[in-house]
Write a protein that binds this ligand. Structure first.
Ligand code: ACM
Length: 545
């Protein structure tokens, strides 16, 4: 009996050791190492059976070329020294299209996805098994892996309104997301401080709304103003190019067109969008303004502004026209329509809004916001699209088919799921990677504190939900607002390693997660970040929140 127990304990120990020794982030569902290794060298062939795995082969070969200086030839078959990428075929669509299995032996690596994205994720796992050192012979451990994500929605948001990031950096960021098996890039394209997407019918949006005359220096309200004109926007051709680039990496891009708040840049371009078109833009209190102070202006500091879209027919026609161009560009099922932080002061003092509230039998200005969002939802639904909105869209009653993005903690997400609406969890406490990641952050951040371990510990299913409500949680997302993120290196520094921690919250089953084990794997990941040439915060021991 004792012997049996010892044998069992040894077996259990080796099971755990075998499961935890592979440096894969996010940790796979099942992984078992085996004796021996497979070695990739210049003679290794990639076996593919058709064209369906082309995206996977291209990503892998580009990666090998970039970081190891060689790439592999493809073949229809091989008997040894090969990597095969296969996508299974099913009579009906597979339940888990992102699932893959992987068999690594001394003679081959065989990766099979349940759909193309599964095969792609198997390849991403293979990348993580490559040694980080550059060499002509890349030894990887023999293993058997089966893996699939916990959540179908695994997102990362980048705000390009406060600071603009050019196409080449956006593509680099998308590559980093793909390397973490993130499948959604939420592109926050419009803000008080800049409108960043070309709309052909309304050229002033980018001519006027795409530039601000200056930016505050330091923390809001700032110690002054840099007085530098700050401009940037993406042409529609650039947007199409980025969408295709992301699609090659199985990443869907969801555009965000903010309404009714955070719209000073659009109002600067088309003042009739405001309920008070003749009033000059008010800078925030204490802000040093640069340049013209008359008329409507693009904001030069951060925060929340009272001059929001007026719910007039002019505005709805404008938004429908804008959305027509947006949906013609983005194949995504969803359009994010914002909905957060919309002050109601202007609607309260507008005779037009007060009449509209009466005419439509609405309760108050929150009801008016719901009317606004509801109309936009109806329009987008009629075009075959669905809306996502920040959790304020709950306040005057949810639009019938809306998905809620819960950011002010988990409360909005819980409430929406209880109302049988889909939810994406992005609570500030766990998922706001614009917050400081150490107690004494020496670079400027918006404030807040989100250390790595707290991000790692995140579980997107709130404990308040009942099991039959879990399925409303589509997944979760990391948000990177860029008030204090002015350049690509700072984006990387804020994102990493916290995005590596969060992607595990999005992908790995809770029972497979272990902070101690993640710490070891992320240490290996730091070496990979070094190979990728990205900036990151290397601390692992900041106290949890
Ligand atoms: C938000 O952070 N205002 C959604």
């Amino acid at each position: 009996m004792k012997k049996l127990l010892i044998a069992f304990l040894c077996f259990a120990f080796f099971q755990v050791a075998a499961q935890t020794s592979l440096p894969i982030i996010p940790a796979p569902v099942k992984a078992q190492t085996k004796p021996g290794n497979f070695t990739i060298n210049e003679k290794t062939l990639i076996v593919v059976h058709g064209n369906t795995e082309k995206k996977t082969v291209d990503f892998f070969n580009n990666y090998l070329q970039k970081y190891y200086g060689f790439s592999l030839k493809t073949a229809a078959k091989a008997s040894k020294n090969f990597i095969s990428f296969t996508t299974r075929t099913f009579v009906k669509a597979p339940d888990k299209p992102e699932r893959y299995t992987m068999e690594i032996s001394p003679v081959s690596v065989q990766i099979s996805g349940d759909a193309d994205q599964g095969t792609f994720y198997g390849m991403q796992t293979l990348i993580q098994l490559l040694p980080v050192e550059k060499s002509a012979a890349l030894k990887i451990p023999a293993a058997t892996i089966e893996d699939y994500p916990r959540f179908a929605y695994r997102g990362a948001m980048l705000d390009v309104g406060r600071h603009f990031f050019d196409v080449s950096f956006v593509k680099e960021y998308i590559d980093l997301l793909a390397l973490h098996k993130i499948n959604t890039f939420h592109w926050h394209l419009t803000e008080d401080q800049g409108w960043r997407i070309e709309i052909k019918k309304y050229p002033r949006l980018t001519e006027i709304g795409g530039c601000r005359n200056g930016t505050i220096i330091g923390h809001h309200p700032g110690t002054g103003n840099d007085g530098k004109k700050y401009c940037g926007y993406y042409t529609q051709d650039q947007i199409k190019d980025v969408i295709a680039y992301a699609a090659d990496r199985f990443i869907t891009i969801i555009p965000e067109i903010e309404l009714p708040g955070h719209s000073s840049a659009a109002i600067a371009a088309y003042p009739q969008l405001s309920c008070f078109p003749d009033e000059s833009t008010k800078p925030a209190k204490g802000v040093v303004w640069y340049g013209d102070t008359t008329g409507k202006q693009v904001q030069q500091s951060w925060g929340v502004y009272e001059d929001v879209y007026c719910p007039s027919e002019y505005t709805f026609k404008f938004l429908e026209d804008v959305l027509d161009e947006v949906i013609a560009l983005f194949p995504s099922k969803y359009v994010h329509i914002g909905g957060d932080e919309c002050p109601k002061e202007n609607w309260k003092r507008s005779a037009f809004c007060q009449n509209l509230i009466k005419k439509k039998g609405l309760k108050d200005e929150h009801g008016l916001q719901s009317y606004f969002i509801g109309r936009i939802e109806k329009y987008l639904n009629s075009k075959g699209k669905a809306i996502i909105g920040w959790d304020e869209i709950l306040e005057g009653g949810l639009a019938p088919n809306a998905t809620v993005m819960s950011w002010r903690g988990e409360k909005g997400g819980i409430e929406a799921a209880q109302q049988k609406h889909n939810v994406i969890m992005t609570p500030g406490t766990y998922a706001y990677i614009d917050h400081s990641q150490k107690k004494n952050e020496d670079s400027l951040t918006i404030g807040g504190y989100l250390p790595l371990q707290t991000a790692y510990n995140y579980n997107p299913i709130p404990k308040e939900l009942k099991p039959d409500e879990y399925h409303y949680v589509l997944g979760a997302q990391a948000n990177l607002w860029t008030e204090y993120v002015t350049n690509p290196a700072k984006v990387e520094y804020m994102a990493f390693p916290r995005l590596s921690a969060l992607c595990e919250a999005f992908w790995t089953p809770v029972e497979k997660k272990s902070w101690e084990n993640f710490k070891q794997r992320v240490t290996q990941q730091f070496k990979r970040y070094d190979r990728w040439g990205i900036t990151y915060y290397p601390g692992l021991n900041e106290p949890v929140k």
